[in-house]
Design a protein. Structure first.
Length: 95
């Protein structure tokens, strides 16, 4: 999948869940936060509704938790994995 196809999927999405690896470091949280903000701003610019949430599989150390947004961030125990429809997921590996 190329960038334009990925952008089309993001633009057509109504709900987006972003995540990183377990025990995220500053690079992972910074990248996740940047993508989170970019998608929110894109939705605002295009005047469309889009819910964006960032999922951290573990709580980051206090030394880098300032990278977290004030809202829209959830931790693993807040997600009911059985309610996620795997057929509706699009996965992008940004590594």
């Amino acid at each position: 999948m190329d960038f334009s196809e990925s952008l089309t999927i993001i633009r057509n999405a109504k709900n987006i869940l972003l995540t990183s690896h377990v025990r995220p470091d500053g690079d992972a949280l910074g990248s996740l936060r940047g993508l989170y903000e970019l998608i929110l701003q894109l939705a605002i610019k295009e005047n469309r509704q889009c819910t964006v949430q960032a999922l951290s599989l573990s709580k980051p150390p206090e030394t880098i938790d300032h990278l977290l947004p004030d809202d829209g961030w959830v931790f693993d125990n807040a997600i009911n994995h059985t309610e996620i429809d795997q057929d509706k997921l699009n996965t992008f590996d940004l590594a």
